[in-house]
Design a protein around this ligand. Structure first.
Ligand code: HSE
Length: 307
């Protein structure tokens, strides 16, 4: 194989209570990575098609950074050239930086006939996250590569676990068009929490995992509650509490911030439930001057894939 075209899905990280450890893949949107072998060694990003300008310089691009790490880890006997078409809005909180990095390492692995394991690919893609947020976290890149729900049990050495995805889980993603940089929304977080907060939090993380294994939708919903980062980060999102209230009174299982925001997500059981939650959120945001986009997606069992 001399060239590949890959779809890399957007993701929702944290999933409420699982800051930096939980995430899931969406069916759409996603980034498209087109990669081909070149005779001259090295990596070239020939083009990035994106609404917001993004660098083609390797060390300033999340895909470039992840690929550099992968390329330098083995003697790869060819060069590569890639084009990135962004489908995931940079700065939206739905894993934009991760999708490009995940798609890029997945693409190179196809050109190498699957030389690397999925865990290796997640590890390489985490280097891309440093460009975006200054931190090596895997909660977006893991679900983008593996699909479904993933749990990052440990970063060093990396240990990622796949969690089952209940069939009827739908997500409404609301993206108000305000800018929140991941690095800023990480910088405002408290570095310590009390023992009583930790106890409540790990109760919810465990409840969420249990609900995903047993298809207990109500348990999934009530376990999304986060006591650690959402109380601080929600202050950066205008009307966060009103959005949450309108989703919950219209039957959402749970509601939280997607990744570092500003996108928010409502977890729903079935498509009809997702449609009514979406309508309620539209009504609420239409009362503001905020520009926005909103969409419904199933939680996708598939991660990066060939197109
Ligand atoms: N876990 C990361 C954070 C995800 O919340 O900062 C960034 O999208």
């Amino acid at each position: 194989m001399d060239k590949v075209k890959i779809f890399a899905p957007a993701t929702v990280a944290n999933v409420g209570s699982g800051f930096d450890i939980l995430g899931f893949a969406l069916e759409a949107p996603g980034d498209i990575i087109e990669m081909k072998k070149t005779p001259e060694k090295g990596i070239v990003i020939s083009e990035v098609i994106s609404e917001k300008p993004l660098s083609t310089e390797l060390r300033k691009n999340t895909a470039g950074m992840a690929l550099l790490k992968m390329y330098e880890s083995k003697d790869i006997p060819f060069g590569i050239e890639l084009k990135i078409t962004k489908g995931v809005n940079p700065g939206s909180g739905t894993g934009s930086s991760a999708a490009s990095a995940a798609g890029a390492v997945f693409a190179l692995n196809q050109l190498l006939d699957d030389k690397f394991s999925e865990m290796d690919l997640v590890d390489f893609a985490m280097d891309g996250e440093i460009v975006a947020s200054g931190a090596r976290h895997a909660d977006n890149v893991a679900p983008s590569i593996l699909g479904g729900f993933t749990l990052v049990r440990q970063n060093e050495p990396l240990d990622v676990v796949k969690i089952p995805t209940p069939e009827k889980l739908y997500v409404v993603v609301l993206h108000p068009e305000i800018e929140i940089k991941t690095s800023d929304s990480r910088a405002i977080l408290k570095s310590q929490i009390s023992l009583s907060t930790a106890v409540k939090q790990w109760g919810n993380v465990a409840g969420l995992i249990s609900g995903l294994f047993t298809n207990d939708y109500k348990l999934i919903g009530r376990s999304l509650e986060d006591y650690v980062v959402v109380p601080t980060r929600s202050l950066l999102i205008p009307m966060y509490d009103q959005f949450k209230e309108s989703a919950m009174i219209n039957g959402a299982l749970g509601f939280s911030i997607s990744g570092s925001g500003p996108s928010m997500f409502a977890m729903c059981e079935g498509k009809d439930n997702a449609e009514s939650v979406k309508n309620a959120l539209v009504k609420t945001i239409e009362q503001t001057n905020l520009l926005y986009n909103i969409h419904i997606s199933k939680v996708s069992k598939e991660g990066c894939k060939m197109m």
